[in-house]
Design a protein around this ligand. Sequence first.
Ligand SMILES: NC(=O)c1ccc[n+]([C@@H]2O[C@H](COP(=O)([O-])OP(=O)(O)OC[C@H]3O[C@@H](n4cnc5c(N)ncnc54)[C@H](OP(=O)(O)O)[C@@H]3O)[C@@H](O)[C@H]2O)c1
Length: 259
Amino acid sequence: MTAQDYLSELFSLEGRVAVVTGGSSGIGKAIAGALAHAGARVVIVARGEQALSATVEELAGQGRETAWVSADLTTREHVRAAAEQAVRIFGEPDILVNSAGINLRPPMGDIDEAVWDRTMAVNLEAPFLLGQRFGPGMAERGFGRIIHVTSQQAHRAFVQSGAYGVSKGALESLARSQAEAWSPHGVTANTLVPGFVMTPLNQRLASDPEKVAALAARTMIGRNGLAEDFAGAAVFLASRASAYITGQAIFVDGGLSVH
Ligand SMILES: NC(=O)c1ccc[n+]([C@@H]2O[C@H](COP(=O)([O-])OP(=O)(O)OC[C@H]3O[C@@H](n4cnc5c(N)ncnc54)[C@H](OP(=O)(O)O)[C@@H]3O)[C@@H](O)[C@H]2O)c1
């Protein structure tokens, strides 16, 4: 067996179909690209059509089979419609990545029901509904990978965690519930836990060089995260290689959480 064959056996995603929410920007975009480069056909889901089509075009230019569905994941109806639209493109997915997320950040006392509802809808309900739509089919077929992108704020408060931290804590619990339900049937559910990653989500904080440097100093590696840092962990969690890892939170944070 060549080294290439060995690596393919462990990590290749050839023949797999993936749905990646938030696949048009930041961490989700990097994960969508990584899964596509590892062989999967990938449907990305987000709102903005320009960023969606630019991402797909970029990957198509590199010979990757990808497609997009535009949907606002704040309403259940749109989540359901997005799932059906995605399935019509490459068929039922083997891999579901929930990376779409919002962080509205009002001070705790100012969080009203609208902020709470929107945060829970995008960060928690959409992953739940997509899991309910795709998880049972994955279990029936005997293979599936559910990967949620959570946050260090699932584990501790950080810069006005508010409703966001709550949604991410619940998302980690959702991964464990899904893992408990479907792991006996070959479907794993895990979370990737970012620390501070330089993406559009953090534009405001990232424009303050002093804060950026202070956050980098809190990691062990000495720099803040980049979207590309998630590629390897995502391919691993999506592949056969991670078959015995389920219900886990994998921190991709340069050591921030243990420093
Ligand atoms: N960056 C960090 O430091 C960090 C830290 C911890 C956790 N995270 C988590 O990592 C995930 C990705 O974050 P990121 O930093 O990559 O953010 P990002 O660059 O802002 O990307 C967010 C993605 O989600 C999509 N999205 C947002 N609201 C949506 C909605 N209502 N319906 C459908 N799609 C929606 C966005 O596209 P549209 O706007 O076009 O819809 C975009 O594709 C999030 O879950 C975030 O909470 C990030």
